[in-house]
Design a protein around this ligand. Structure first.
Ligand SMILES: *[C@@H]1O[C@H](CO)[C@@H](O)[C@H](O)[C@H]1NC(C)=O
Ligand SMILES: *[C@@H]1O[C@H](CO)[C@@H](O)[C@H](O)[C@H]1NC(C)=O
Ligand SMILES: *[C@@H]1O[C@H](CO)[C@@H](O)[C@H](O)[C@H]1NC(C)=O
Length: 572
């Protein structure tokens, strides 16, 4: 071989390697940011004029804002499961079947089944670094304590820094208890029930029907469940307020002020490390904001025009800004797909002890979090930025779903989803880049628990989106609210389902008359779609049975037992 030829071959291989490597590096990074209970009307670019959200607004300007973006449930556990799997929660058993609609205890066995392929697992298959930071709320242990089968590290994430359950007003120090919002007379009821046995026992003793040791023994045994329930609820914070780094508790209870800073710091570290390794990454950053208990770092306290809820929104926006800034600084903005959304709508009934508004606002939409099929609970902010793929200042009013992101992750990473798994998300990229102006979703099913309360229909022709409502929340008379939460099974069945044109009536205020052109055809098409959808559901074990939801004392994690208290030296 002549030297010239050798040099040519060398140059050629170098060149090939360059193309190869740069192709590898050009697989986009993915940043998925999920807010908690953030309402449709809480953000500037969605019409809020009094809260300052410049970073989120800028993200929307640099990409696409989806104005009819829908989550799959009006509460968090099921919608998070759907986001990570691209499927309706009912397919994985991740929908409530009774009154309890979210996973309440860290030490329970309710969780996203490990057989589900999360979007992190997709990305990992093709060599991505992956991290889950913030709220998880999809389980820890599945079959036995310590198996960590439903923990993020077993669901496709290389690292985890966050909390297993949800933030709760019990995590504050104001003595506010979520259970007392749900059932204000709960403790009185418990005491009454306890007395129902103890008083007759005392009478029996008085009447010399029973001996004193017998009466005391029975009373004590009868008291055990009551004391346990009371103790568990009063210690809710100790049992659930904890931060993990991977499988280890590093902070208990969570110091909520400053948590946003720590979530940002952990996320930025992860992105920096991946950028240094020149490996593409997927970051799932599930903010604690804007769920109660609302606490911010001192610099945000009292700064907004809307109390501590507004402060939380503005701190959230600050956090989003820091993440975007890191992408700029690492010079990877152009090669990063960013998605920002909320798990469900703002919680209208959420109030502090002094009646202060602690929940978000859903703009013109009807209802809010927990309200089942009405849009205030399920229509959420949804923003995607992907330079070079989605033009700036894109706005789409077509229906899209939070499940669509799974599809986008598959497409962006080049990973192929399992063939034997039914996915419900669609490819919305053509909609966001202007190739089409019709949503790929002809139908979207709005679940409340395991029931369909309403269905969206976007006929392939025309420009309108309709919504057929079968069940309405059991609102208190004359209001659009319930007592803290609205139930699913207790919702009002409409004798005649109501059809709305949500394109011109987004607030679902005026049902269409049956004389509306095509009225019965639309209804018939929707009913048929519901039947087809239902027949596609393979029954699976529910994750929301009482057995799965109940607190398991022997599964309780705790650092420095029995103190159950520790703080992270990293953030001392
Ligand atoms: C990113 O893309 C924009 C628009 O395509 C371009 O102007 C800018 O120079 C790019 N930045 C980098 C760092 O490549
Ligand atoms: C902005 O958000 C706050 C907090 O949720 C809310 O009280 C206010 O009504 C919203 N403003 C508008 C114009 O929607
Ligand atoms: C789908 O296929 C994978 C591997 O081919 C298998 O492990 C999994 O159990 C299958 N899932 C279902 C729901 O059949």
């Amino acid at each position: 071989m002549t030297p010239v030829c050798q040099v040519t071959i060398l140059l050629f291989t170098l060149c090939l390697r360059r193309i190869w490597c740069s192709n590898g590096a050009s697989r986009p990074n993915i940043v998925l940011m999920l807010a908690d209970d953030l309402g449709y009307g809480d953000i500037g670019c969605y019409g809020n004029t009094t809260l300052r959200t410049p970073n989120i607004d800028k993200l929307a300007q640099e990409g696409a804002k989806m104005t009819q973006h829908l989550t799959t449930a009006s509460v968090c556990t099921p919608s998070r499961a759907a986001l990570l799997t691209g499927r309706y929660g009912i397919r994985s058993g991740m929908v409530p079947i009774g009154i309890v609609r979210v996973n309440l205890f860290a030490a329970s066995t309710c969780g996203l089944p490990p057989s589900e392929v999360t979007l992190a697992e997709l990305a990992k298959q093709v060599g991505y670094n992956t991290a889950a930071i913030g709220k998880w709320h999809l389980g820890l242990h599945e079959e036995r304590y310590g198996d960590f089968k439903t923990h993020p590290l077993n669901q496709g994430f290389d690292r985890f820094y966050g909390f297993p359950g949800t933030n709760m007003k019990d995590f504050g120090d104001e003595g506010d208890r979520v259970i007392l919002d749900l059932r204000p007379t709960w403790y009185a009821q418990l005491i009454t029930l306890w007395l129902c046995v103890v008083i007759p026992l005392a009478c029996m003793y008085k009447a010399k029907f029973a001996s004193l040791p017998f009466v005391i023994a029975v009373s004590l045994v009868w008291s055990i469940p009551f004391v346990t329930v009371y103790w568990t609820l009063e210690n809710f914070k100790t049992l659930n307020s904890m931060l993990y780094r991977d499988r280890e508790i590093v902070e208990q209870p969570i110091r909520l002020p400053g948590l946003t800073h720590r979530l940002v710091e952990e996320s930025v570290e992860f992105m920096e490390e991946s950028a240094k390794e020149e490996k593409p990454f997927l970051l799932y950053l599930a903010w604690s904001h804007t769920h109660t208990f609302l606490a911010t770092a001192r610099e945000f306290e009292g700064k907004s025009k809307h109390g501590r809820y507004g402060d939380a929104v503005e701190e959230l926006d600050w956090g989003v800004g820091r993440i975007l800034e890191a992408l700029d600084r690492l010079n990877i903005k152009n090669n990063t797909l960013v998605y920002f959304t909320s798990d469900n709508g703002g919680h209208l009934e959420e109030k502090g002890l002094n009646g202060e508004v602690d929940g978000g606002c859903n703009g013109i939409l009807l209802g809010g979090k927990t309200h089942g099929g009405v849009d205030g609970g399920i229509r959420v902010p949804g923003i995607v930025r992907w330079p070079g793929h989605i033009p700036k200042n894109t706005i789409t009013d077509e229906p899209t779903s939070l499940m669509d992101f799974y599809n986008m992750v598959g497409m962006a990473t080049g990973a192929t989803p399992l063939k034997n798994v039914t996915l419900d998300g669609e490819n919305i990229l053509p909609l966001l880049n202007g190739m089409t102006n019709v949503s790929p979703h002809e139908f979207l099913f709005h679940y409340c628990g395991d029931e369909i309360h309403a269905v969206r229909c976007r006929p392939k022709t025309g420009f309108k989106t309709y919504k057929l409502v079968y069940k309405m929340p059991d609102y208190l008379p004359g209001t659009n609210q319930c007592i803290f939460v609205c139930g699913c099974h207790s919702a009002r069945v409409l004798e005649k389902p109501l059809l709305f044109d949500v394109t011109s009536d987004p607030g679902e205020r005026s049902p269409l008359p049956s004389s509306y052109p095509g009225y019965s055809d639309i209804i018939e098409a929707i009913n048929k779609a519901v039947a087809t959808h239902k027949s596609s559901i393979v029954p699976v074990e529910s994750q929301f049975t009482a057995r799965k939801l109940i607190w398991r004392p022997h599964w309780q994690d705790c650092c420095n037992f029995p103190k159950c208290s520790c703080s992270d030296p990293k953030y001392a």
